[in-house]
Design a protein around this ligand. Structure first.
Ligand code: UGY
Ligand code: MN
Length: 278
């Protein structure tokens, strides 16, 4: 990973796993990786990340993991922000969700204040919402972006929050699988961004097959992810893409809880006609 020495030395210990995985990539001379790109899913491990400039961002490098170039209908990227890095609002019609993994990043939203985002803090910026993101300290952030599909109701509002303050709910009654929904689940919003925490041994209660697409970042711990007809060992730092209808299942293994952040398109009909007049 091309990262300035200054940034590398100032990243907090919470990123130790990401850092270790990236460092490991440079001692692998045999061309092996756990990364897999399939038709209906992808597993993208940190050793294969390639960093480059991203339009709209200065003093930053990005690894764009998931994008329309692979058949996805959204973008998922990790960005390293040097101190003073700036990101402006994306092109017209695009909404953005930002999640801070490390460092301190500011977001200024005219009419909605200026906010300092620390690890675990997030911001949802609706399409057309002017804003400016500026790193206060070197930071590592995750960005999800997609073209907003208007719904039948009001447009969405910007949201700034802290994952630690979002209540978890047992997933389908399982206390050992807690789901935190970071955005309101109503028809103003066409994207969900959730954090799923599994105690060791906990699992999704069914193999899911659904119309929604996912982008996912493993935040902590480890487990086995079933994607399509394959079972993959996964750990912190891994990124996963699941196309609509990709069969999916997860079980946490090891002695620590496994936690992942994931994106999902929601609250719009499958024919793409939400909000259309007769
Ligand atoms: O929200 C979801 O569809 C979630 N249960 N999927 C997943 O974790 N792969
Ligand atoms: Mn799912």
């Amino acid at each position: 990973m091309r990262k300035s020495p200054r940034l590398r030395s100032r990243l907090p210990a919470t990123l130790a796993t990401h850092e270790a995985l990236e460092t490991d990539s440079h001692v692998n001379p045999l061309g092996h990786t756990r990364s897999v790109i399939a038709n209906d899913h992808a597993l993208i491990t940190p050793d294969t990340h390639v960093w480059a400039a991203l339009p709209g961002w200065s003093d930053a490098t990005a690894a764009v993991h998931i994008s329309p170039a692979m058949g996805a209908e959204f973008l998922q990227a990790t960005l390293t922000l040097n101190e003073g890095a700036v990101g402006d609002a994306p092109p017209a019609g695009i909404e953005r969700f930002l999640y801070v993994l490390a460092g301190v990043t500011g977001v200024a939203i005219p009419g909605h204040g200026e906010h300092e985002l620390h690890p675990g803090h997030f911001a949802y910026l609706p399409a057309g919402c002017d804003h400016r993101i500026a790193a206060v300290h070197p930071s590592l952030v995750v960005v999800f972006e997609k073209r907003y599909t208007p719904g039948p109701g009001d447009p969405p509002e910007p949201i700034v929050g802290d994952t630690a303050e979002v209540a978890g709910e047992p997933f389908m009654g399982d206390e050992d699988a807690q789901l935190q929904q970071l955005l309101p689940d109503d028809d103003r919003y066409d994207m969900a961004c959730n954090v799923f925490t599994y105690q060791p041994g906990a699992a999704l209660p069914q193999v899911e097959v659904h119309v929604m697409e996912h982008g996912l970042l493993m935040l902590d711990g480890a487990g086995i992810y079933r994607l399509g007809d394959a079972w993959y060992p996964v750990g912190a730092g891994d990124v996963i893409w699941m196309r609509a209808y990709c069969p999916q299942w997860f079980a946490a293994i090891g002695k620590e809880p496994a936690r992942y952040l994931y994106y999902k398109n929601v609250n719009r009909d499958a024919l793409g006609v939400s909000g259309a007049a007769l």
